[in-house]
Write a protein that binds this ligand. Structure first.
Ligand code: C2E
Ligand code: MG
Ligand code: MG
Ligand code: MG
Length: 287
């Protein structure tokens, strides 16, 4: 009986895997088509300096508009793109699009806003990664100091020696580096200590729990001084409430993004949003 049950499980498992594989194949085909037909686009979410309340950066986030008009979230299609290698092309496109947006920000008078671009570990591990980055920066004529690459701890999988040397190359060009989703992945403190980076981003899951005394809250409280000890700035993602903001301020967190301030939006809306805040005048008033 135990054997039969075991067999049943194996069959069930195989069946489930088969369905997943079909889903993935369909999703990947759709993603290829969407990429070819310009149904992918980038939205930008503001990041604020918590002390000055000024917008110091934005994060570029990929969106896929399906043929039926619905949005397919990146958490669904990025993993498929990574497995297939399509992420290399998608990532290169996202980088160029984000750099074009930097040019638009410049033209509109927002010449000091940093552009954060997510880079998949798969993309980052490509031997041509840094050369591609150089070409993209040169072709868009963007000052490398305006760009920040967001990588997750999973880049450590390619071997610490290589990660460190690629990150050093990136930073030698004055492009900044942020460790994204910190605390959710391969969080080895010895890795973090070795990674040459400018910022760490506290994952949204920890920020979520900041107002409670649950486990996540304790982690968020630890990450801020940890980052500072390592000489990095600390950025919180997913800030949704005043209570979370207060807690982060108290902790000495440096920057934050979240629905409390703004949702990710298309570039034209971002320009309107930035203009409406009239940040230049606020600064004069404060000075
Ligand atoms: P991430 O890099 O950690 O991006 C932050 C995510 O938090 C974004 O989800 C953003 O929309 C969401 N977020 C920000 N503030 C709030 C908030 O207050 N509440 C809630 N509920 N969510 C908030 P999104 O845009 O769905 O992206 C999910 C993930 O997909 C990203 O996480 C990133 O890992 C990946 N991703 C997105 N765009 C790209 C891309 O161009 N390249 C690569 N490689 N990955 C990308
Ligand atoms: Mg990110
Ligand atoms: Mg993140
Ligand atoms: Mg995250």
């Amino acid at each position: 009986r135990a054997e039969a049950q075991g067999n049943g499980r194996v069959e069930y498992y195989t069946h489930a895997l088969g369905a997943d594989a079909k889903d993935r194949t369909r999703l990947l085909q759709g993603l290829h088509r969407a990429f070819d037909h310009d149904r992918l686009f980038i939205v930008y979410q503001p990041k604020l300096d918590l002390r000055t309340r000024r917008t110091v950066g934005v994060e570029a986030l990929m969106r896929w508009r399906a043929e039926d008009g619905s949005l397919i979230p990146p958490d669904r299609f990025i993993p498929v793109a990574e497995q297939s290698g399509l992420i290399v092309g998608l990532g290169a496109w996202a980088l160029r699009t984000a750099l074009s947006a930097v040019q638009e920000l410049d033209k509109a008078g927002f010449g000091d806003i940093r552009m954060g671009v997510n880079v998949s570990a798969v993309q980052f591990a490509q031997p041509e990664f840094v050369a591609d980055l150089d070409r993209a920066l040169a072709s868009k004529g963007v000052d490398p100091r305006r760009l920040e690459l967001e990588v997750t701890e999973s880049v450590a999988l390619m071997g610490m020696d290589r990660v460190v040397s690629v990150l050093d190359e990136v930073r030698s060009r004055k492009v900044a580096v942020a460790i994204d989703d910190f605390g959710t992945g391969f969080s080895s403190l010895s890795y973090l200590d070795q990674l040459p980076a400018d910022r760490i981003k506290i994952d949204r899951s920890f920020v979520d729990h900041l107002e409670t005394d649950r486990r996540g809250a304790r982690i968020a409280r630890l990450i801020v001084p940890l980052g500072h000890q390592l000489g990095m700035k600390v950025v919180a993602e997913g800030v949704e409430t005043e209570g979370q903001l207060e807690a982060l301020l108290e902790l000495g967190c440096d920057e934050a993004q979240g629905y409390l301030f703004a949702r990710p939006m298309p570039l034209d809306e971002l320009l309107v949003w930035l203009g409406a805040r009239d940040e230049g005048r606020v600064a004069e008033g404060e000075a």
